[in-house]
Design a protein around this ligand. Structure first.
Ligand SMILES: *Cc1c(COP(=O)(O)O)cnc(C)c1O
Length: 365
C-alpha cells in the first residue's frame, strides 16, 4: 500500500470534510432499527426538507448521487413514456441515458457545453403532442460549471395546463446546499442530492424528494425496482422511522451534523458564501489569464477553466498535486484535454482558494 497522502481537496466531490464532521464518524456503530438511529433519521429528514424547501416526501438512500438519479427514473417512469431530456453537459447526458435504459422514449434537448439551457427553447420543445410525461434537467452542471436558470425553466413548464404538464425531475446533486432551490415554490416534482457534494460529508448517502404529483406517478410506474422502490422506503419510514435496508450508518452521523451546520449558518448565508467564493475564484483565475469555460450563468459550486496555451489539464494537475499537494479535477468527456475544474462547494471560504491561486501563480510563471 502507498502511504495516505493528505491533499488540499478542491474537486467537485467528494469535498473536504471538516474536522468536527469527521469526528462523528468515529462514534460507535448502532442498530439502524434502534431508538437512536430512528430518531436521528427522523430529524435528519426534517432538516433536509428545510433545505430542499419542501413539505413533500423525502427519503434517504444509501448510494451515490447516480443511485438517486436511477431511483428518480425507476419510480416515476414506465417503458414507452416520453421524456424531454435537457442536457448542458455530461450529467444532463447521464440522465438521458438512465431514462433510455429504463425504456423511456427520450427526446434530447441538448445545449452547447458551456451554455445554460434556454427557457424559450424549452418552451418550444414542450409543444409536443402527445405531451411529455417528464422532463429531466440538471440544476448545476458539474462538468461545465454552469448553473441552469431552473426557476425560469420550471415557470415555462408550468405554463402548460396541469393535465399536460410533465413531471420536473431535477438532478440537484451538486446544487443543493450551494444554490437556492425552493423545490415547492418552483414546482419541481423530484429533486436529488448526495452527501459528498455541497454538504461537506463523506460519500455514501443520497436524498430524493417528491411532490404529491410525483408520488402518484410512483404508484403507477411500471419500471422494475427493488432496492430503490420508494414505496418500501415510505412504508418503513411511515410505520417506524426506519430505512427499509441497512443504511450507511456512519455517513448518516456526519450528514446529521452537516445539515445542522447548514441550518445554523442560515440558508441565505450559505448561498451567499458560495456565490462570493465562486466570484473570488473566477477573479483570481482571471488575474492569471485563465478564463471560465462557462459563458455566463456561472456555477456557485464549481469553476471549469480552460488551461493556458502550452499546458494540458493532466500536466497542470500533476504539478499542483506533486509540488503543492493540491488536488483539482480534470475535464470530463470532450473537455478532458481542455479544462480543469475547481470545486468550491461545501464548507469552503476564500482561505481555501488562496493556496490554489498562490500555487498556480508559481506554476504558470
Ligand atoms: C456528482 C454528480 C453526480 C453523480 O454523483 P455520484 O455521487 O458520483 O453518483 C450527478 N450529477 C451531478 C450534477 C453531479 O455533480
Amino acid at each position: 500500500m502507498v502511504p495516505f497522502e493528505e491533499l488540499h481537496l478542491l474537486i467537485p466531490g467528494p469535498t473536504a470534510v471538516p474536522e468536527d464532521i469527521r469526528q462523528v464518524m468515529t462514534r460507535p456503530m448502532t442498530n439502524h432499527r434502534g431508538r437512536y438511529f430512528t430518531t436521528l433519521l427522523r430529524e435528519l429528514v426534517d432538516m433536509a426538507k428545510e433545505i430542499f424547501q419542501t413539505r413533500g416526501r423525502l427519503y434517504m438512500l444509501t448510494s451515490s448521487g447516480t443511485g438517486a438519479m436511477e431511483a428518480a427514473i425507476a419510480n416515476t417512469i414506465s417503458p414507452g413514456d416520453r421524456v424531454l431530456g435537457i442536457s448542458i453537459g455530461s450529467f444532463g447526458r447521464r440522465f438521458q441515458v438512465i431514462a433510455e435504459r429504463f425504456g423511456a422514449d427520450v427526446t434530447p434537448l441538448d445545449f452547447r457545453w458551456g451554455e445554460a439551457a434556454d427557457p424559450a427553447r424549452v418552451r418550444e420543445a414542450l409543444a409536443h403532442n402527445p405531451p411529455f410525461h417528464a422532463v429531466t434537467i440538471t440544476h448545476n452542471e458539474t462538468s461545465t460549471g454552469v448553473l441552469n436558470p431552473l426557476g425560469e425553466i420550471c415557470a415555462v413548464i408550468h405554463e402548460l395546463p396541469e393535465e399536460e404538464r410533465p413531471l420536473i425531475i431535477v438532478d440537484a446533486i451538486s446544487a443543493l446546499g450551494a444554490a437556492n432551490l425552493p423545490m415547492d415554490e418552483w414546482g419541481c416534482d423530484v429533486v436529488t442530492t448526495a452527501s459528498q457534494k455541497a454538504w461537506g460529508a463523506p460519500p455514501g448517502l443520497a436524498f430524493i424528494a417528491l411532490s404529491d404529483r410525483a408520488w402518484d406517478a410512483v404508484q403507477t410506474a411500471r419500471s422494475p425496482r427493488f432496492y430503490f422502490d420508494l414505496r418500501e422506503y415510505d412504508r418503513y419510514f411511515t410505520a417506524k422511522s426506519e430505512p427499509p435496508w441497512t443504511p450507511a450508518v456512519s455517513t448518516a452521523y456526519t450528514m446529521y451534523e452537516a445539515l445542522r451546520q447548514v441550518l445554523d449558518e442560515g440558508l441565505d448565508n450559505v448561498f451567499a458564501r458560495h456565490e462570493r467564493v465562486a466570484r473570488y475564484t473566477r477573479e483570481g483565475l482571471a488575474r492569471l489569464g485563465m478564463s471560465p469555460f462557462a459563458r455566463g450563468h456561472y456555477s456557485p459550486a464549481v469553476t471549469a477553466v480552460t488551461v493556458p496555451d502550452g499546458w494540458t489539464p493532466q500536466e497542470l494537475r500533476r504539478r499542483l498535486r506533486d509540488e503543492y499537494r493540491i488536488e483539482i479535477a480534470g475535464g470530463q468527456g470532450p473537455l478532458a484535454e481542455r479544462v480543469v475544474r475547481i470545486g468550491h462547494l461545501g464548507k469552503v471560504t476564500e482561505a481555501d482558494i488562496d493556496p490554489l491561486l498562490d500555487a498556480l501563480t508559481r506554476v504558470l510563471r
